[in-house]
Design a protein around this ligand. Structure first.
Ligand code: AMP
Ligand code: MG
Length: 483
């Protein structure tokens, strides 16, 4: 049987059963492969030649279980918009773990694959549009060299599901370092007991941070390691103008990958308060709030890990607080280093910070395009726009040029700029255009655009269609969980 080709392990089921439920995906009618990520598949050792077309469709629709696999739905809880809730994989199945040719371990998860014990009132399904959206944006994120879950395949069904209107149903294959999240620890602490929490923590350290020095208090070790990863991630989001949109603790990954692409979007015109999600009325997850929210989510993780941070609760609280209080300063140090690279200098002192703030204030006042302003500074002419000829911007640029005279490694800094400033991002209006066409069976734009998005720091991919923001800006653009 060809289906043997997908060889999976499942270390997660060695953990206590409270942490998951064994459950198979529900079959879908008339599965049809819509997209297949051949480049990624070959990295995973799953390239085209391994598959008979019908086997591929069967496995990645959930209609056949790879031999030896034990599908599970993971249990987790989470703070959604600040409120604690019991959740769990309500429409996802972890088929198992794949070891790629480099020896790295990846979760292979189906999303939209039917109900599980955690579905609550949901139908266990996902729309074709939302799964294609996750595929597109996660692949763009990977192209931007930002840690992320990835997408291997989307398979649609002839079945329809009801959302606001009738929609086509589809299953996404999501690949991630793991699906462990802050909410997994909240669940373990609240519902599974200290022993399970301890086992889960050991498992997590072993899986994601095997090289950390031994410490009697593994909770502290894990908290610190996750904080490091999340700091890096949120600085990267800042660098490219990404707004996750639903940074609930169940969507904050322990491995530090961007994951759970719901109402996320990239900002066009720079404004720190930008929010796209239709359900984020208070702007809790607005662009500028993201570091603060990560810190808040880490404090929830600290709360869950408390008994493993120290034997004495007071000491544990004190240790966790000390760590979490260092977050804003650590963020600022990383942020200003990254921003300095974006304008082609290395951070020296507060004057550099003031220079950056001055630029951001100008961008905000003028509604300057986030991506193209930095691309203009990096590549010049190709990104020229009337805005950049205004006196205030020219004056600022002269200050920057003067500052650059103090630098001695111009070539290296020019390279840093090119690595920090993408030539394009997945613009919201193009995301909509591509998805609409794909829903109508037209993959021409999708195919060429995805290729470019996989290589966004390459100016050779410049093409004004994918570079230019929409003429009227995207004020009023809204994203929906639109699951
Ligand atoms: P998300 O907003 O995708 O992070 O999902 C939050 C929670 O709702 C998770 O527990 C999901 O499994 C669950 N969920 C979302 N959509 C559905 C659905 N259609 N059926 C069952 N559960 C769902
Ligand atoms: Mg989620």
């Amino acid at each position: 049987m060809e289906t043997k080709k997908l060889q999976l392990e499942n270390t997660y089921i060695t953990l206590p059963e409270k942490l998951y439920s064994k459950v198979n995906p529900t079959k879908i009618i008339q599965p049809e492969l819509v997209v297949w990520n051949e480049g990624f598949a070959s990295q995973l050792g799953l390239s085209e030649e391994h598959w008979k077309a019908e086997d591929k469709v069967k496995i990645f629709s959930g209609n056949a279980i790879p031999s030896g696999a034990t599908p599970i739905a993971q249990a987790y809880a989470g703070h959604q918009f600040g409120h604690f809730t019991m959740l769990g994989d309500g429409r996802a199945h972890l088929l198992g773990e794949l070891i790629d040719p480099n020896g790295s371990r990846f979760d292979i998860q189906l999303k939209g694959s039917g109900i599980t014990p955690y579905s609550r009132r949901g139908d266990g399904r996902a729309t074709l549009k939302s799964m294609l959206r996750e595929y597109l944006i996660s692949e763009a994120m990977h192209g931007l060299k930002i840690p992320t879950s990835r997408s291997l395949a989307v398979v649609k069904s002839s079945e329809k599901i009801w959302r606001e209107k009738q929609e086509t149903m589809a299953v996404l294959t999501r690949v991630a370092s793991s699906h462990l999240r802050v909410g997994t620890f909240e669940y373990a602490k609240r519902f599974a007991g200290l022993e399970v929490l301890e086992e889960l923590t050991k498992y997590t350290l072993n899986r994601h941070f095997p090289n950390l020095p031994d410490n009697k208090f593994i909770g502290h070790t894990l908290l610190e390691a996750v904080m490091d990863k999340q700091l890096e991630l949120v600085v990267n989001w800042w660098r490219v103008g990404f707004i996750h949109g639903v940074m609930n603790t169940d969507n904050t990954g322990i491995a530090g990958e961007t994951f759970d692409y719901g109402p996320c979007a990239f900002m066009n015109a720079y404004h720190p308060e930008t929010v796209y999600s239709s359900i984020d009325h208070g702007g809790r997850y607005a662009f500028e709030n993201q570091p603060g929210i990560i810190q808040w989510n880490l404090s929830v993780l600290a709360g869950a890990l408390l008994p493993l941070i120290d034997n004495e609760q007071e000491k544990a609280i004190e240790k966790a607080q000390r760590l979490l209080q260092s977050f804003p300063q650590l963020f600022e140090i990383k942020w200003r280093k990254m921003m300095c690279y974006k304008i082609g200098i290395t951070y020296k002192d507060e004057k550099d910070q003031a220079l950056i703030k001055e630029l951001l204030t100008w961008m905000q006042e003028k509604g300057a395009d986030f991506t193209n302003t930095f691309a203009y500074l990096t590549y010049g002419e190709a990104y020229d726009a009337p805005l950049f000829h205004q006196e205030d911007f020219q004056n600022w640029k002269q200050k920057l040029e003067k500052r650059k005279q103090q630098e001695h490694n111009a070539l290296e800094l020019a390279n840093k700029m090119k690595q920090s400033n993408p030539c394009f991002i997945p613009r919201n209006h193009l995301v909509e255009q591509a998805l609409e066409q794909m829903e109508n069976g037209n993959n021409r734009f999708w195919n060429t655009w995805i290729k470019a998005l996989q290589d966004p720091y390459n100016i050779k991919n410049f093409n004004s269609e994918i570079v230019q923001p929409p003429e009227n800006g995207d004020y009023g653009y809204q994203t929906f969980c639109g699951t």
